[in-house]
Write a protein that binds this ligand. Structure first.
Ligand SMILES: Cc1cc2nc3c(=O)[nH]c(=O)nc-3n(C[C@H](O)[C@H](O)[C@H](O)COP(=O)(O)OP(=O)(O)OC[C@H]3O[C@@H](n4cnc5c(N)ncnc54)[C@H](O)[C@@H]3O)c2cc1C
Length: 556
């Protein structure tokens, strides 16, 4: 289906973007605004990728993967005029409340530590200091988000200057903060939080944000870095959790409007089967229908494993590069639970106003680590951690009158369930989740009209993300900045001329930010070419059976 655009079907485009996830749409808009003819080909019947709103039970709609908007920079919203294209927030600055297993819930607000003071005056005093310091450290990293990461060890002045700029920003922190960044950068978040706070509920909630979407627990080294990273992505204003009217799909619709307004053509239900390579350059795509579409460059919003192992083919890559992509860690651990409810849930100790914020079920760091333990052995957590929202409190358009939707990110849910496999385990796990929620919101079970659980396997299948991973590829020190997703493809360019990446698998990673899409567009417009990793030793062409195997299976 063609959504709109100025260029006729089957003409040669300047750029074809594979995938209309939010990053693909952002990339397409910047390219089209610069005068490029751009075609977006999206496999699903709607745009948005993992940022969509869809019906999961008759009359009940939900943001199917991402449900909170808080990482997209103001500059992207402004530059793409998303307000004029229909984006409207029904909730902003949503508060966080930590649910307690045995006591009253705790509201966490750095600007107003009075709720903390009721539990611990030491925590109330420590929190603003801790928050301000982490923000300063995060802000020193933040400008690195908006540019392609520099290449290491080149003689290019651009790369040297980018490294110098990063070093200078860290140097400008001053001796105390610089030392602290070095000290805590590789630490686990549990050690950091134990140094500052005493209340387990507060520590659990703060640690939750460090491990959300990651294959890590609070005792995993590097979990402070992922926390700093999340804070850096949120920018100077800090993380303000928001809910668009109509869910995250409305954001994607506004992005699609912006792309079309800029002149891009968007085709949905158009599954790319492979990337065309001619004379060592990406030259277009072949759709599953057999249709060929040609372009001067191809930009992939699909994850790196899908892009290189399935759509391009290892025959165009040297063996070292292929090995790095095969070993890229991309097994998701986050699932999504959707409940259609006959009435709003009643959480113990909370009034209905608190349902306008997000609720965290991570009552201590030990609880979070224990939840993670299971996943290490491919089991689902017996006591999982949850990020819960009730989007219908602020937006009644998502459900029939008087009814509600509960949307929860669930960790830790392994890609492979070691027991009987997800087909058999799903019902058991859904029941466990409902029991867990019921213990905090008595009566919830009897108000459930319908339930849907999306495991990482479902996310892989529905959203075409290898491993169903939040970030398309684990965000960890070894898959970070100038080595993200892998050396040789870390600046949005790839070993094949004319082929670029623009999705969450590239710098600065996942979350609904649009920054990877914007950076990729800038890189393409800079006209950079890159051949340092081009074909050395070729691998053998894939067999049909290999092409048919999901990219994530090939990595196993
Ligand atoms: C359970 C879960 C909850 C999350 N919650 C949040 C949250 O609350 N807030 C937040 O900021 N982030 C959240 N995230 C992360 C966020 O959703 C993703 O990081 C982000 O949406 C990735 O965007 P993207 O545009 O890079 O890729 P995607 O959204 O994955 O888009 C890629 C697109 O490429 C298309 N595609 C793939 N292969 C082909 C092909 N062969 N042919 C054509 N098209 C193809 C796909 O259909 C898809 O539309 C969550 C993620 C998960 C898994």
């Amino acid at each position: 289906m063609t959504m709109a655009g100025a260029f006729p079907k089957n003409s040669k485009y300047d750029c074809i973007v594979i995938g209309g996830g939010h990053n693909g749409l952002v990339c397409a808009t910047y390219l089209a605004r610069s005068g490029r003819s751009v075609l977006v080909v999206e496999a699903a019947d709607r745009v948005g990728g993992a940022a969509v709103t869809r019906e999961f039970s008759p009359g009940f709609r939900v943001s199917a993967c991402a449900h909170l908007l808080h990482l997209m920079p103001e500059s992207v919203v402004r530059e793409l005029r998303l307000g004029a294209h229909g984006l409207r927030l029904v909730a902003d600055g949503m508060p966080t409340t930590a649910l307690s297993g045995d006591g009253a819930p705790l509201r966490i607000d750095p600007g107003n530590p009075s709720a903390l003071a009721e539990r611990s005056s030491a925590d109330a005093a420590a929190y603003p200091v801790y928050d301000a310091r982490l923000r300063r450290l995060a802000l020193a990293l933040q400008p690195a988000f908006d540019t392609p990461p520099p290449r290491l060890g080149t003689s290019s002045w651009g790369d040297r200057l980018a490294l110098l700029r990063l070093g200078w920003r860290i140097r400008r922190l001053g001796r105390g903060d610089m030392r602290e960044l070095l000290r805590i950068g590789g630490m686990c978040v549990q050690d950091l939080l134990d140094e500052h706070f005493e209340n387990p509920l507060l520590k659990g909630a703060l640690g939750f944000d460090a491990v959300l979407g990651a294959n890590a627990g609070p005792r995993s080294p590097g979990s402070v870095l992922t926390l700093l990273y999340r804070m850096a992505a949120a920018g100077a204003a800090g993380s303000s959790l928001a809910q668009p009217a109509g869910g995250l799909g409305a954001l994607s619709d506004a992005l699609a409007e912006a792309a079309i307004d800029a002149g891009a053509v968007i085709r949905t239900s158009a599954i790319v089967d492979r990337i065309l390579v001619r004379e060592d350059r990406a030259a277009g795509v072949v759709l599953q229908s057999g249709e060929q579409l040609t372009a001067a460059s191809v930009v992939s919003n699909a994850d790196p494993k899908t892009t290189f192992l399935r759509l391009l083919g290892t025959e165009y890559l040297d063996t070292g590069f292929v090995r790095r992509i095969v070993h890229l860690r991309a097994r998701g651990l986050a699932a999504k639970l959707h409940l259609a409810l006959d009435r709003p849930p009643r959480f113990t100790g909370l009034n209905e106003a608190a349902l306008q914020g997000r609720l965290l079920l991570a009552p201590s760091l030990e609880y979070v680590e224990r939840a993670f333990n299971h996943a290490k052995y491919s089991e689902f957590s017996a006591a999982p951690i949850l990020e819960i929202t009730v989007p219908t409190v602020a937006d009644s358009s998502l459900s029939p009158a008087g009814k509600h939707v509960l949307s929860a990110v669930v960790q830790y849910v392994p890609y492979r369930s070691a027991a009987a496999g997800w087909e058999q385990e799903k019902e058991r796990f859904t029941n466990l989740l409902v029991d867990t929620l019921e213990s905090h919101a008595p009566g919830l079970r009897e108000s459930i009209h319908a339930a849907e659980l999306l495991t990482p396997v479902d996310i892989e299948r529905e959203f075409r993300i290898s491993g169903g991973h939040w970030h398309h590829a684990e965000l960890a020190l070894d898959q970070f900045m100038m080595v993200r997703p892998v050396p040789g493809a870390a600046q949005y360019r790839t070993p094949v001329d004319g082929l670029f990446l623009c999705g969450a698998g590239s710098h600065p990673g996942g979350g609904v930010m649009g920054v990877a899409g914007r950076n990729a567009a800038r890189q393409i417009l800079n006209g950079a070419t890159h051949a340092s990793h081009r074909r050395g030793r070729k691998t053998t062409p894939r067999t049909d059976a290999e092409r048919a195997t999901p990219a994530n299976e090939q990595a196993a």
